[in-house]
Design a protein around this ligand. Structure first.
Ligand code: AMP
Ligand code: MG
Length: 343
């Protein structure tokens, strides 16, 4: 067992506290740190014991590999075998930022990071605090989202602390995450890159740089029994608040009449600003209907809010799938266990 009775330190973003966080990482400890996507649960990616403690603290499945975070491009060379031309183009355009690329791994990466796979996921975050901590530690940092597995990813320090206090050495409070959902993940091994998880960097933006990519079918569809997955994270139930989430795929009128006729207490709507005046339930919104970036930014935040409000049921309007909307729909489908009411 890992130590589940740690004295979790709450740190700020002063130079002193950043130094403390970097020291904890160097000593093999666990630190929750802000990134532009969501808060990450970081550990030294080259220290097998530290990496194994990430899985224990989160209760993460032992076959769901981690993303390794670096502070500058040159830090990638010891970690991977081959960086092809398209990967260099994407790095030039989108790093630092919310894009993760998967490469053949070098022998330096311990098997616990990749769950025995011969590929490794790498990202260079843009968040200034994440970058400073990685730089000061002088290490590649393995970091999945800083939450108990299966729950909603954290976008504030309080979300991390509520989930992981006593299980991690420190939580750094760097405010709210700007993007609000996890990075885009793309497999760069093989002839045609394959999008495994949509995110703030969109398929359209990637194709504008490197031409056609494959969009993995698991992004919007539940897996068939026994289907082989390229990204193990696709297998698991994810992003679930305490409330049951039901997605409604309908036009305005049908959505309103469906939501308004549902009876019971603690039933809430997750919808758009324009919908609120038509609905007789308490609403949290994803912003304006055509603003996918606002939807990305508010989805996890609102799912956490619904928990605090004691929601039993969340009636969510199906978002659009263009641009960043694909990432919003991908996360919402998983938080609803793919339960969609089509009207
Ligand atoms: P998280 O860090 O919790 O946001 O999840 C990282 C995601 O990247 C999961 O869905 C993993 O399955 C996926 N991932 C990490 N490493 C690899 C890899 N080497 N090959 C395929 N998917 C990966
Ligand atoms: Mg996660």
């Amino acid at each position: 067992m890992s130590d589940m009775n740690k004295q979790t330190k709450l740190l700020s973003t002063t130079e002193n506290d950043i130094q403390t966080a970097a020291g904890i990482l160097k000593n093999g400890g666990l630190v929750c740190l802000p990134t532009e996507t969501v808060y990450g649960l970081g550990a030294n990616a080259l220290n097998e014991t530290a990496v194994k403690n990430i899985y224990k603290a989160k209760g993460r499945a032992a076959d769901n590999p981690l993303i390794v975070h670096i502070a500058k491009f040159d830090d990638i060379y010891p970690l991977v075998k081959n960086i092809n031309r398209k990967a260099r183009v994407l790095a030039e355009k989108f790093w630092p930022g919310p894009l993760t690329m998967i490469f053949e791994k070098s022998d330096k990466i311990p098997p616990a990071v990749t769950c025995g796979m011969d590929t490794v996921a790498i990202r260079m975050p843009s968040h200034p605090i994440a970058r400073k901590i990685i730089e000061k530690s002088g290490l590649p940092i393995a970091a999945p989202s800083a939450n108990i597995s299966g729950g909603v990813s954290p976008v504030t320090a309080a979300h991390c602390y509520d989930d992981l206090k006593d299980r991690v050495d420190a939580v750094i409070d760097g405010g709210e995450c700007e993007v609000g959902l996890e990075s885009t993940v793309i497999l760069m091994v093989g002839d045609t890159p394959r999008l495994l998880r949509p995110g703030f960097v969109t398929a359209e933006q990637i194709e504008a740089q490197i031409g056609k990519i494959i969009i993995d079918s698991a992004i919007l569809n539940p897996l068939d029994k026994g289907q082989k997955v390229l990204s193990p994270g696709m297998k698991y139930k994810h992003y679930s608040p305490k409330a049951k989430v039901i997605i409604i795929d309908a036009d305005d009128e049908k959505y309103y009449s469906y939501v308004n006729q549902v009876e019971g207490e603690n039933i809430f709507a997750l919808c758009y600003d324009e919908d609120v005046s038509h609905i007789n339930k308490k609403c949290l919104t994803l912003g304006k209907h055509n603003d996918n970036e606002s939807a990305a930014n508010r989805l996890f935040y609102n799912l956490h809010q619904f928990d605090l409000m004691g929601a039993d049921k969340i009636l969510a309007r199906l978002p659009k799938t263009d641009g960043v909307g694909l990432a919003v729909v991908n996360r919402l489908l998983r938080s609803a266990g793919f339960e969609v009411v089509k009207l």
